[in-house]
Design a protein around this ligand. Sequence first.
Ligand code: HEM
Ligand SMILES: [Ca+2]
Length: 296
Amino acid sequence: QLTTNFYSTSCPNLLATVKSGVKSAVSSQPRMGASILRLFFHDCFVNGCDGSILLDDTSSFTGEQNANPNRNSARGFNVIDNIKTAVEKACPGVVSCADILAIAARDSVVQLGGPNWNVKVGRRDAKTASQAAANSNIPAPSMSLSQLIRSFSAVGLSTRDMVALSGAHTIGQSRCTNFRTRVYNETNINAAFATLRQRSCPRTAGSGDGNLAPLDINSATSFDNSYFKNLMAQRGLLHSDQELFNGGSTDSIVRGYSNSPSSFNSDFAAAMIKMGDISPLTGSSGEIRKVCGRTN
Ligand code: HEM
Ligand SMILES: [Ca+2]
């Protein structure tokens, strides 16, 4: 039921407002584009794209922001809050936070040089969030290929969608705690790459856990297909990244995207639209939040 023109009369400046908010955030800190894109993924995989991840914890409410995949990791909430404030000024009570996040994710990709697409909107905001569902539904970097395929198929996304969407790791950073085992204990890794990443990630768990390394060694702030070239050179940073090119059924998809930026771009855009369609709240379900961090 989502459409690209849902707000065209009720909030004609919406797209321009979101774009300018993303533009200023990403130009002052390019990583923010990656962080916003990931927020959208982590929203959609937990009870659909309903803005649930944006709800802040309070003394009487536990939401998703401190679930394992998000704690000390998910960022960019302030950017979405600030854009929401600007949107509320122009069109009070009209535009959901879930839609603002969907548009901001697209604008982040575009701002970093990736493909453009028309964002479907008309989502409403959840009145609840689920830490338990965030812990169980968001894929973990320790997963095998078959587990990754299953986690995406649980929300209606194909194996090809999974590989294309994983190309989001062409931008952004990971903490040492998520790549330590890979760079010390795995053998399907380029030796020089492993040594390089070991330098910023001490072997002992607990030390340097938060040290950052780019998910894409070549171009962490440009949205291109070099993530897939890295995988073919055994330079995937996360275990889950390298699973996509490790002698299994997705090798041919990785090879295809590494040879053809245009096929990666068009599949990524199509898969983002598909991910954005995961169980939206529409009609009179949910609400239009006034502030993205709390229910009305
Ligand atoms: C295929 C399963 C996936 C797994 C296991 C996974 C796992 C991870 C992990 C562990 C990190 C590093 C977090 C940290 O250390 O703080 C990360 C970062 C990131 N992920 Fe994924 N991810 C997956 C798919 C996706 C998808 C589908 C998207 C978006 C479409 C995405 C976008 C990102 C981005 C942009 C970052 C960098 C964020 C930043 O720099 O703030 N990931 N992911
Ligand atoms: Ca959600």
